[in-house]
Design a protein around this ligand. Structure first.
Ligand code: SF4
Length: 94
């Protein structure tokens, strides 16, 4: 997961948006059934905390159980979601 995806995930965790919460719930329900889920909140494949990973719009499941928004085939849906990524993007001066 790249830094902007990490920031997007934690930003969406700290400042919940109803539509993103719906997506996060769908993803988290898949993770809850996954044998790689560790300690109820860590992905055993990538080591990411599930709470933020499922809210990071451009993150994906390393086992292809759920997709990143940019992988959505429907252009209109994909662009609507990506607008939300841009709104929550934070620029870091590193
Ligand atoms: S992100 Fe994928 S591999 Fe990781 S716990 Fe969720 S479903 Fe399993």
């Amino acid at each position: 997961m790249i830094l902007s995806d990490v920031i997007n995930g934690w930003s969406n965790t700290l400042f919940p948006d109803p539509l993103i919460e719906k997506l996060a719930t769908e993803r988290a329900n898949i993770c809850a059934q996954c044998p790689f889920l560790m300690l109820k909140n860590v992905c055993g494949k990538c080591g990411c905390p599930i709470i933020a990973k499922v809210r990071s719009l451009n993150s994906h499941c390393p086992m292809s159980k759920w997709k990143a928004v940019r992988e959505y085939k429907d252009k209109e849906t994909r662009e609507r979601w990506l607008e939300r990524v841009d709104k929550s993007k934070i620029t870091l001066n590193l």
